[in-house]
Design a binder for this molecule. Structure first.
Ligand code: SAH
Ligand code: SF4
Ligand code: F3S
Length: 473
C-alpha cells in the first residue's frame, strides 16, 4: 500500500455476513439438537482479547451460548498468539488435547484463529498434521466467521482461510467479557518491524479507525456503565498518521476525555519514537486519563536498540521520562524489556540494568528473547546460552523487585482513587489505582464496579494494602 489511509470493509460485505449468521443459526440448532454451545479461549495480548469479544459477538448472532470449558462444547475456538515460542507451544499442547474431544463428539467444530495461524507455515502444518481441526482463519478475516461456519455446517469438511488484507471491520457485534472495565481498539497492525517481532507479519500494516467510530463506541460503553476504558493498538501513539481527518492520538485523547460521564481512560501500547510532548501535555490536561504510561524501552544499550530497529536511543528515552515526570510528578511508569537479544553482551545488559535503576519503574514485563521464524533477528548469531540469559533475567528481576518495593512503599500514607474489580481469594476487595498498581482492602461485594477512595497503609513489591475511606455511588 502506498499510503496509510485506512479502508473500512464495505457495508454490503458485513450485511452478507449477517445473512450467513441468520442462515447458519437454525442449521446449528438442528445439528447439535440444542442451542449450540461455544468455548472460546484467547491466548496473547489485549488486542487478541478484544478480537475474541467481537468473535463472541458474531457467535451470539448465530445463536451460540458460551461455556467456561471445552468439555461439553459444540464449537471449540482457540484464538492464538505467536509473539514468543512459549505462546505457540501452549497452543499446540491445547490443540493436541482436543483429539480426544473430536472422538467423543464427532460432530463438533474445532477451530483456530488469531496471530499464530496467520503464519502460512503454521496453517499448513495444522492442515497436514491436525486432521481433526476443521476450521482455521487468520487475523484479516475475523468478520467472515459467519460465512465460514455456514460453509462447515452445510457440508464442507474443512475451511482454512488466511487470506484478506489490511481493512477495518466496523460495526461488528461485541460481547464484552466485563461490565465495567473494557477494551476499545483504536487502530490495528504495526509498521515498525522491530527485528525480533512477529506482530507486523501477522497483523498487517497500521490502520486507524475513524474518530467518529471510536467516539461512538466509547459513548456506548460509558452509557452501558463502563468505568475504565483502555484504548488499544500495537502503537497507539501513531494513531491517525496519514489520515485526512487530522486527528492524532493526543487530540483523540482530548476528545474522549470530553465525553460526559464518570470513567477513566487508559491506553496501550505507546512506542517511544511516537511519544510526543503533545501527548504528555494531553495526559496532564485530561482529568480522566490515568496517570500511567506504559512505554516499552526493550533495551538500555544503544547498540542493541539499533539492532532491534527501535529508532530511538537511551538518551531520548530518558528525556521522555523526565518530560513525563516534569508534567506529572506522580505518574506511574511501566515498561517491556527483552533480555538476551542476539549478540547482546553482558556489558549491553548492564546498560539495561542501569536504565531500570535510573528510571525506577512501577513494574516491568520482562521477556527472554525468543527467535521468531521470518524475522531478521532470528538469522542473527546468538552465542549466549539460554541458561546465561536466565541468569541475567534473575538479576534484572531482583533489581526490579527492590525498586517496586521502594516505589510502592513511598505510597504508604497517601490516598488513591481505586476502581474495585473483585473480591479476591482472601475475601478482600481487590482493585487498581490510576497508576495500575493492585491494592486490596476490607470491604463488601457491592464495591465491585465502583470507585473507592482508599488510604494506603502498607506495601510490598507487588501489592498495596489499604483502608476504604469512601465508596462512590
Ligand atoms: N506493540 C507493543 C507490544 C508488542 S508485543 C510494543 O511495541 O511495545 C509485547 C512485548 O513482547 C514487546 O514489547 C516485547 O518486549 C516482547 N516481545 C516481542 N517479540 C518478542 C520476542 N521475539 N522475544 C521476546 N519478547 C518479545
Ligand atoms: Fe512488535 Fe515493535 Fe510493532 Fe511493538 S512496535 S508490535 S514490538 S514490531
Ligand atoms: Fe500475540 Fe498477536 Fe498479541 S502475536 S501478543 S496476540 S498481536
Amino acid at each position: 500500500m502506498a499510503s496509510n489511509i485506512s479502508v473500512n470493509i464495505p457495508h454490503e460485505e458485513l450485511e452478507r455476513q449477517r445473512s450467513f449468521a441468520e442462515c447458519a443459526a437454525p442449521i446449528l440448532t438442528a445439528r447439535f439438537g440444542r442451542r449450540p454451545v461455544a468455548f472460546v479461549h484467547t491466548f496473547g495480548c489485549q488486542q487478541n482479547v478484544s478480537d475474541g469479544e467481537r468473535i463472541k459477538g458474531m457467535l451470539s448472532q448465530m445463536g451460540f451460548c458460551f461455556a467456561d470449558s471445552a468439555d461439553d462444547a459444540d464449537l471449540i475456538l482457540f484464538n492464538t498468539c505467536a509473539v514468543r515460542e512459549h505462546a505457540e507451544d501452549r497452543v499446540f499442547g491445547n490443540v493436541g488435547a482436543l483429539k480426544a474431544h473430536r472422538r467423543r463428539r464427532p460432530n463438533c467444530i474445532i477451530a483456530l484463529c488469531g496471530c499464530m495461524v496467520q503464519q502460512p507455515q503454521i496453517a499448513q502444518k495444522i492442515e497436514r498434521s491436525y486432521g481433526y481441526v476443521n476450521l482455521l482463519f487468520g487475523t484479516h478475516s475475523i468478520h467472515r466467521l459467519p460465512e465460514f461456519i455456514y460453509r462447515l455446517v452445510s457440508g464442507e469438511k474443512r475451511v482454512f482461510d488466511i487470506s484478506g488484507d489490511d481493512t477495518i471491520a466496523e460495526g461488528l457485534p461485541v460481547r464484552r467479557d466485563g461490565s465495567f472495565k473494557g477494551w476499545l481498539p483504536i487502530m490495528y497492525g504495526c509498521n515498525n518491524f522491530c527485528t525480533y517481532c512477529i506482530v507486523p507479519y501477522v497483523r498487517g500494516r497500521e490502520r486507524s479507525r475513524l474518530p467518529e467510530d471510536i467516539l461512538r463506541e466509547a459513548r456506548e460503553m460509558i452509557d452501558a456503565g463502563f468505568k475504565d476504558i483502555t484504548l488499544l493498538g500495537q502503537n497507539v501513539n501513531s494513531y491517525g498518521k496519514g489520515e485526512a481527518h487530522g486527528v492524532d492520538f493526543p487530540k483523540l485523547l482530548r476528545m474522549i476525555n470530553d465525553i460526559d460521564g464518570d470513567f477513566q481512560i487508559r491506553f496501550m501500547t505507546s512506542h517511544p519514537k511516537d511519544c510526543t510532548v503533545e501527548l504528555l501535555d494531553a495526559m496532564r490536561d485530561c482529568k480522566k486519563v490515568c496517570r500511567h504510561l506504559h512505554l516499552p524501552f526493550q533495551s538500555g544499550s544503544d547498540r542493541i536498540l539499533s539492532q532491534m530497529n527501535r529508532r530511538y536511543d537511551r538518551q531520548t528515552y530518558l528525556s521522555l521520562i523526565s518530560a513525563a515526570r516534569e508534567r506529572m510528578p506522580d505518574i506511574s511508569l511501566t515498561s517491556d524489556v527483552i533480555v538476551g537479544f542476539p549478540g547482546e553482551t553482558y556489558d549491553d545488559f548492564k546498560e539495561t540494568l542501569s536504565l531500570v535503576d535510573e528510571v525506577k519503574f512501577t513494574s516491568l514485563f520482562t521477556f527472554i528473547y525468543s527467535p521468531r521464524e521470518g524475522t531478521p533477528a532470528a538469522k542473527m548469531p546468538d552465542p549466549v546460552t539460554h541458561r546465561q540469559k536466565a541468569e541475567w533475567m534473575a538479576e534484572l528481576l531482583k533489581l526490579q523487585e527492590g525498586i517496586a518495593a521502594e516505589r510502592n512503599g513511598a505510597l504508604v500514607g497517601t490516598t488513591a482513587r481505586v476502581l474495585c474489580e473483585e473480591i479476591n481469594d482472601g475475601g478482600m476487595v481487590f482493585g487498581r489505582t490510576g497508576g495500575n498498581v493492585g491494592i486490596e482492602f476490607a470491604g463488601t461485594a457491592d464495591a465491585v464496579g465502583h470507585f473507592a477512595t482508599v488510604k494506603i497503609i502498607s506495601a510490598t513489591n507487588w501489592i498495596l494494602t489499604g483502608e476504604q475511606i469512601n465508596l462512590e455511588e
